[in-house]
Design a protein around this ligand. Structure first.
Ligand SMILES: [Mg+2]
Length: 229
């Protein structure tokens, strides 16, 4: 009997369009927080300095949060709470039509694997009616390996995820918009789907991407390429 696939789903810009309103709001929140930190350190805190720092940490560590923790002794729970404060989250969520139906067309166990915090990611999947499809939810708070926060694309995180659930990498498929995350998963033998619709990724399919699709709808139609029902 063929063993079923295990789907690892990213959340932001994979299951919904975070670029529409949520990411701009998160960036504004992070900028306000960084400005407060710079002011407290008596450093220049004008918009340009703040933006530069946010982007620099994101590029260097893969997450602004990690830079803020390392260089400014910010507690992750404070940062995540402030960054994900929205006046009306449900009004800000945009997603492909019929996302729940499309997930149902991908048979197998599904794990939500997101660098976003638990409360926010739970609210988004609930709003989209997707929570029933995910047997497992790995938010950033759970991405601690050897007492260090190790969000995607950390190979430590992925190895621990596989080991703790007894998963063989070849049975797993990571569905993501981020090429860095897909590359790191592929290096461990996890199969990879690059979803480009929300980020308008126009690049040619790199060798570490098994399947490139615009939308979940296209993925549902191409699922046999991955050996899924
Ligand atoms: Mg994403």
């Amino acid at each position: 009997m063929k063993r079923k696939l295990v789907w690892l789903f990213d959340l932001d810009n994979t299951l919904h369009d975070a670029g529409h309103a949520i990411f701009p709001a998160i960036n504004r929140n992070m900028n306000a927080l960084i400005a407060r930190v710079l002011e407290a350190e008596a450093k220049p805190s004008h918009a340009e300095a703040v933006n530069e720092m946010r982007v620099a940490y994101w590029q260097r560590y893969g997450a602004t949060l990690l830079g803020m923790m390392r260089h400014h002794a910010i507690r992750s729970e404070d940062f995540l709470r402030d960054a994900h404060e929205f006046s009306d989250l449900s009004q800000m969520i945009r997603a492909e039509c019929g996302t729940a139906y499309l997930l149902r067309r991908l048979p197998g166990h599904k794990i939500l694997l997101t660098n976003a915090p638990a409360g926010y990611s739970r609210d988004v999947v609930r709003h989209l009616g997707l929570h029933k499809h995910f047997a497992d939810h790995v938010p950033i708070e759970s991405m601690v390996v050897h007492r260090q926060l190790r969000p995607k694309p950390s190979p430590w995180l992925l190895r621990r995820l596989l080991a703790s659930r007894g998963l063989t990498p070849g049975r797993c498929v990571l569905v993501e918009d981020s090429l860095e995350n897909l590359k790191s998963a592929r290096a461990l033998g996890i199969r990879t789907v690059w979803l480009t619709g929300y980020t308008r990724g126009t690049r040619h399919r790199p060798a570490f991407v098994d399947v490139k699709v615009k939308s979940l709808n296209h993925l549902a139609r191409q699922r046999r390429k991955l050996g899924a029902g």
